[in-house]
Design a protein around this ligand. Structure first.
Ligand code: SF4
Ligand code: SF4
Ligand code: SF4
Length: 377
């Protein structure tokens, strides 16, 4: 009952708006956030609800809910109980994506983050930090999909350098804990949070720039970092453009038809919808179109926190790449995990969909360093 109260579930009046926008319900009619809330209020055993693990915590439901029912938060709390009851989700990839943050939390391991970037382009004592996140680990696990995550880190450094910022890389930075938090491993998440908070608070940093929406959302919503400004790279670039731009922000042409995937954490959780688009629209010859579901009503890439990669998830992914293909040749995202999941579905179940996927940061850095001319295009 406490979980229902915290989620404001008692305010639900069964309007069904949540189910109408839920990407899981869209491909599996047996799942419905409205019905789960109703059954919870009727005293049903919510641990029997398939949606507890199938929900991708995308927040589309609470975005439209007139009563501000926090369904993703409700699911997160239920997941803690599910783990305690010995009913874990179906972890993907042999649980390796859970093993990495657990090792960082429990063994105090420190990734060699300076090995991921050119040391001459970063600072060891600056006031502006670049939070690198775990993206580069994805190159190790998902190299067969083409990698590209260390490239994102390097591209972010390049973009910041052009803005006159030599970002500081924090050797002691650990995983933000996003996936453990959202799969109910709260104790392990708390260890990561405590470690990161202590390191960031004592580093004399004034601003942290993020490329990964999940790291950004986790630090912004769950950490306490008084006096430190948190921003997404797209906000930094778009603000620089708004200031009249600089010679350093000379976007070179990249020809193509693109559409932008709002990562759930960046778009709905944090409301950063305009800046990534404004920057894309500054690239000459790049034609951007919106998918049928975009902005606040954007659809998830189909997987969250490396669990439940099943037929329902695959249907969500296929619908999304087909939606993108209706308006573009290339799908742009700035979430490293969207990138992996979309590349995966386009390699397997969606291999008949002629769509490319590219990272936003890499594309922007490519334009700033010469665009098609640099590539010989
Ligand atoms: S949108 Fe909100 S009020 Fe309407 S059914 Fe869903 S949870 Fe209930
Ligand atoms: S958070 Fe997303 S996936 Fe989960 S119930 Fe809400 S709309 Fe559906
Ligand atoms: S979509 Fe592919 S990469 Fe993503 S969890 Fe499923 S199998 Fe793994």
């Amino acid at each position: 009952m406490e979980i229902l109260r915290e989620a404001r579930a008692f305010q639900c009046y069964s309007c069904g708006k949540c189910t109408a926008v839920c990407p899981v319900a869209a491909v599996d009619e047996s799942l419905s956030p409205r019905r789960t809330v109703e059954r919870g209020m009727a005293g049903a055993d919510l641990y029997q609800e398939e949606l507890v693990w199938s929900c991708v915590t995308c927040k589309a439901c609470s975005y439209v809910c007139p009563e501000d029912v926090d369904f993703p938060g409700f699911v997160r709390s239920l997941r803690e109980g599910m783990l305690e009851a010995g009913r874990p989700p179906d972890y993907t990839h042999g649980e390796i994506m859970q093993a990495i943050p657990r090792l960082l939390a429990n063994r105090g391991l420190t990734p060699k983050r300076y090995d991921w970037v050119d040391r001459s382009k970063v600072s060891e004592d600056g006031k502006v930090a670049l939070f690198l996140g775990c993206g580069p680990y994805l190159d190790t696990v998902f190299g067969y999909l083409g990698g590209g995550h260390i490239e994102i880190a390097k591209a972010a450094v390049d973009i910041l350098n052009r803005l006159g910022i030599k970002p500081r890389i924090l050797e002691a930075e650990a995983c933000c804990g996003h996936d453990l938090l959202w799969t109910g491993e709260t104790g392990t998440f708390e260890k990561l949070r405590a470690r990161n908070q202590a390191n960031l608070s004592s580093a004399g940093i004034e601003k942290i720039v993020f490329t990964c929406p999940e790291c950004y959302a986790t630090l912004k919503e769950k950490y306490k970092l008084p006096g430190i400004q948190l921003v997404h790279l797209s906000e930094v670039v778009s603000a620089a453009m708004g200031d009249g731009g600089t010679a350093a922000l000379a976007f070179a042409p990249i020809a193509g038809r693109v559409t932008y995937q709002d990562p759930c954490r960046l778009g709905r959780h944090l409301g950063v919808v305009g800046p990534p688009r404004q920057v894309l629209d500054a690239i000459p010859d790049l034609k951007r179109a919106e998918m049928a579901h975009s902005g606040g009503l954007s659809r998830c890439c189909g997987i969250s926190a490396w669990i439940q990669c099943n037929a329902t998830a695959k249907r969500m992914q296929l619908e999304r790449v087909r939606e993108a293909r209706e308006v573009a040749d290339t799908l742009i995202t700035n979430c490293p995990k969207c990138l992996v999941h979309f590349k995966c579905v386009l390699r397997e179940e969606g291999k008949d969909v002629p769509l490319r996927v590219e990272d936003w940061t890499v594309l922007v850095a490519r334009s700033l360093s010469g665009g098609d001319a640099r590539d010989g295009g």
